[in-house]
Ligand binder design. Structure first.
Ligand code: PEP
Ligand code: MG
Length: 584
């Protein structure tokens, strides 16, 4: 359907595309910042009443979240995090103190406490925590709604088929809006690592974030076009552009249908080479949709997500529950459970890690785990309990740089296993422990690591950053971040060759595995499995099923002999075009 708004001039905005897809529709602005609650001080005699209003707000707010959770289906874990946040003493006691000591009215007390917590997140200076502010704001709003009878929920009046335009959206909003048939999300702020972005991808709703100046130009009812892959947003589109987007949307739908037809077919090359295609998941809820899209298992569970959004370290029971949910959801398919990879860009208030000058080179991954042994022990105990109930799990260690680190964690695994046995609890029959190859040091001691590890999983997101000295989150050097740099390809080839010579399987779980244009390279390098976000599974399989493994090997032989990434890119482009895969 072409969508034109002739009255106003066309306005094109650019943000960051975080969930692909083309959407056309009418804007619905959700702007919470316009909502105001009366602020006033209360008399000493009214403090008791205001504290009771807070109690009511908590009880009604809790009910609202529980109801939302019941409707959230497989995404209910995020609402669970909101419920935990609602009970956090920082929030509960903070609001009570604002009433009792500052004598603020209940609404003002809630707003002031939410602002204080948001300021603390800001002070941590970390992108992840900045993004968590929208979660606290969401919880605060449920409380404020409970206080003010008759104030509509900001997202409740959104029409089916609208494109939601907002300053920021919380994951709770994303869930509520997806149930209302919203066509796309566009926000002014946010980051690609936010839960909202992750959810938009998981829910297949095109989304663009960091679209500056959006609310200055957009009003409810305006015609809008969204390209969630390229991060483009067009307000009041011209007839020409509308027609172009309509063609793109039709093309996208046809392609998705074509790819979906292959979901049940094996990931096998025309000359019979099977490559295991796996999903990367951050929360257990992602497992069902991944299997539905053809995932043969989970190649990477980023367990550190359980530590985010909270101020206390998860218990062994929480780890057990999350891991068991993944193992059970896979119904016998394999799952690789990574111990927490916190530090660098993923900080958890619960870990109280130090502020570092150079966090990517600091206390990260297994280094942090060995420095905070109790947290790691608790996680291992939870994983072992889940693996005792389900035999399809294996453990993966992030950021390994030495044999000693692997041995140290293996010793903890053995001790935790012995403790479970001593307490009469079941223990897993086998506990395969693998290592991530993400550091150049790990690449060059791959032979020694094969002696102490059962399998390898290569994390190219970090391996590229550490090989090329390019911060993976720094937009100033993003153009230099290059998976096809010959240094990267030679390192990858070395790791795969060593692993296979020593009888170890080796998978790839960085974003490189998710890029269909790079699939011939991953295939030719000889990886046994490729693990990626669910949304990429079908496109990668499409290429695999059309590219011979022996051609891919010859292609990689040529590529590693080249001296520049640009030349390698040309070779790859020609090889894809020759097989009709030019638009992959
Ligand atoms: C990687 O580094 O490639 C990887 C998969 O780990 P993460 O992206 O979680 O650092
Ligand atoms: Mg990594």
């Amino acid at each position: 359907m072409a969508l034109v708004s002739p009255s106003a001039p066309q306005h094109i905005l650019h943000g960051v595309g975080v969930a692909p897809g083309i959407a056309t529709g009418r804007v619905h602005v959700v702007d919470r910042r316009q909502r105001r609650h009366p602020r006033h001080h209360v008399d000493v005699g009214q403090v008791g009443d205001e504290l009771r209003r807070l109690e009511v707000a908590w009880s009604v707010g809790r009910d609202a979240l529980v109801q939302l959770q019941a409707r959230a289906g497989e995404h209910s874990a995020i609402l669970e995090a909101h419920l935990l946040m609602l009970e956090d003493p920082l929030l509960v006691e903070g609001a009570r103190r604002q009433v009792a000591q500052e004598r603020k009215c209940a609404g003002w007390a809630i707003e002031a406490t939410v602002d204080e917590i948001a300021a603390r997140f800001d002070a941590l200076g970390d992108v992840y925590f900045r993004e968590r502010k929208s979660d606290v704001a969401f919880v605060g709003e449920r409380l404020l709604d409970a206080l003010v009878v008759g104030v509509p929920q900001a997202v409740d009046d959104v029409d089916d088929g609208a494109v939601v335009v907002a300053h920021d959206l919380s994951p709770g909003d994303a869930i509520a809006l997806s149930r209302r048939g919203v066509r796309a999300f566009v926000t002014e702020v946010g980051g690609a690592t936010s839960h909202t972005a992750i959810l938009a991808r998981a829910l297949d709703i095109p989304a663009v974030i960091a679209c500056r100046g959006l609310l200055e130009h957009a009003a409810t009812g305006d015609a809008i076009l969204v390209d969630g892959a390229r991060g483009e947003v067009v307000l009041h589109p011209s007839a020409d552009l509308s027609a172009r987007f309509a063609v793109l949307a039709a093309h996208g739908r046809a392609r998705a249908e074509e790819l979906a037809r292959e979901a049940a077919l094996p990931a096998e090359t025309p000359d019979g080479r099977r490559v295991v295609l796996l999903a990367n998941v951050e929360i257990p809820d992602e497992v069902g949709p991944a299997v539905a899209r053809g995932a043969e298992g989970v190649g990477l569970y980023r367990s550190e997500f359980l530590f985010l959004n909270r101020v206390v370290v998860p218990t062994a029971a929480e780890h057990e529950q999350a891991c068991a949910a993944i193992l059970e959801g896979l119904q016998g398919r394999p799952a690789t459970l990574r111990t927490f990879d916190l530090g660098s860009d993923k900080l958890s208030a619960a870990m109280r890690a130090p502020r570092e000058q150079n966090p990517a080179l600091g206390l990260r991954g297994v280094r942090l785990g060995l420095a905070r042994r109790q947290a790691l022990r608790d996680q291992l105990r939870g994983m072992l309990r889940a693996m005792a109930r389900h035999s399809n799990g294996q453990i993966l260690l992030p950021m390994i740089g030495s044999v000693d680190e692997v041995l140290a964690v293996r010793a903890l695994v053995a001790e935790e296993s012995a403790a479970l046995a001593a307490a009469g609890e079941p223990v897993p029959a086998r506990v395969p422990v693998g290592v991530m190859i993400e550091l150049p040091s790990a690449v060059w001691i791959a032979d020694a690591l094969a002696d102490v590890a059962d399998f390898f999983s290569v994390g190219t997101n970090d391996l590229i950053q550490y090989t090329l000295a390019i911060d993976r989150g720094n937009e100033h050097v993003a153009h230099l971040y290059e998976p096809l740099h010959p240094a990267v390809l030679r390192a990858l080839r070395h790791v795969v060759d060593v692993a296979h010579a020593l009888g170890r399987t080796v998978g790839l779980c960085g974003e490189m595995a998710a890029e269909p244009r790079l699939t011939p390279v991953c295939l030719g390098l000889g990886f046994d499995s490729l693990s990626m976000p669910t949304s990429s599974l079908q496109a990668v399989k499409h290429v695999l099923r059309r590219f011979r493994a022996d051609d891919a090997r010859a292609l990689v032989d040529r590529c590693v002999a080249e001296s520049s990434a640009s030349r390698i890119r040309d070779i790859l482009r020609e090889a894809l075009a020759a097989r009709g895969l030019g638009d992959s």
